[in-house]
Ligand binder design. Sequence first.
Ligand SMILES: C/C(=C\C(=O)O)C(=O)SCCNC(=O)CCNC(=O)[C@H](O)C(C)(C)COP(=O)(O)OP(=O)(O)OC[C@H]1O[C@@H](n2cnc3c(N)ncnc32)[C@H](O)[C@@H]1OP(=O)(O)O
Length: 358
Amino acid sequence: MTDWTDPDAVDLSDGETFDALLDRAETREKGHFFEFFAEGDELVHDPGLRLSQHGSEQWMGQTLNHDPAYWRADAARERDYEDVPVHPDYLLACVMGITVEDLSEKGGYFLGRDDVQFHRPATPGTLLAVTSTVVDTRTSSSRPKYGIVTWETEGRDRETGETLVTYRRTNMIPRREPAATDGGAVGEQDAGGPTLPDTLLSPDGEHFADFQRALDTAREEQAAVAYRHERGRTMDDQLVAGLPLATLNTARQHHNRDEMADSPSGDIVAYGDVTRSIALAHARSDEATYREHRFADERFHDFVTLGDTVYGFTRVLDCDPDAGPERAGAVTFEHVAFNQEQTPVYSGRRTALIQRDT
Ligand SMILES: C/C(=C\C(=O)O)C(=O)SCCNC(=O)CCNC(=O)[C@H](O)C(C)(C)COP(=O)(O)OP(=O)(O)OC[C@H]1O[C@@H](n2cnc3c(N)ncnc32)[C@H](O)[C@@H]1OP(=O)(O)O
């Protein structure tokens, strides 16, 4: 009788035997199918990542968020931070990265995020505690193999309990069993031509008054304040696989080319937070940012794969001189990330405090 505990009991050099072995072996699963999630469930995410200066600088460097307030004490003080904080995109990506194993590792796609709020800056060394609540689950009418789940997530400082960031996120999550639907049309576009303003204006400078002036002029002329950013960033392995793994994001979409070969994208895809951070970096490079305030209505419209180049487009929606401290006013933007074929891959509404002048 064969001793199946004997390492030599199976001839691994014989491909056919190994194939047959794999076919019969059960897969120890990671992550959860759609059916796991029920409205009201709370999930406490375990890994408890510690934010680091190195991680923040690596994120900033790779995504072109080259803002000295997040690495130099004098520049941080100049922006009224007591200590040099980590970059908010890195903080957000770390909070979300920790949740992936419990919420979305099974696959499917990050569809969007809403109500992103930064409650207080976080400094290197902060240990994160992250929890999520399931707020909605529904069947996807266009994709019977998937359901759509929305969670509310809160990232806290594990030691003080203070809330750092909160948001609501929606993903497509594979179902264990496909749902019975009519299989409706996928990705249908509305008919009809585009409606665009006659003129697109660009602010003259990077301060609050420049945005406000441009918006006032646009209102008088029925124009829009909308512009693109010159910089682009081609997605390499470091961005697509390296950065998500550095935030403990275990989504196979980012690092398992073998699994992704059969998926709609045919290859690994960039973590949405990396794509978004690059587009925001392009935008921030054309403004005197004081603080990040909030994000809303974030959407990921299409895949970003290795070799794609991410560019940015910005539309100014509103200026509020009364929000924020004396030295800054609030500007609400719509940012769009697009690829080399000019296909939008991300869009989101962002309110940031922009310095009045230096
Ligand atoms: C995995 C990960 C992180 C993590 O681990 O988490 C990541 O970083 S991954 C990288 C970032 N991500 C992407 O690369 C996805 C890019 N994207 C696409 O490639 C296309 O979007 C699509 C192929 C997914 C779908 O394409 P599409 O079928 O043409 O899209 P739509 O028909 O618009 O949406 C289909 C259904 O999602 C509903 N829906 C859409 N958006 C929202 C929203 N914001 N809130 C609530 N429901 C929404 C819609 O209501 C419809 O619902 P129904 O199925 O019921 O009709």
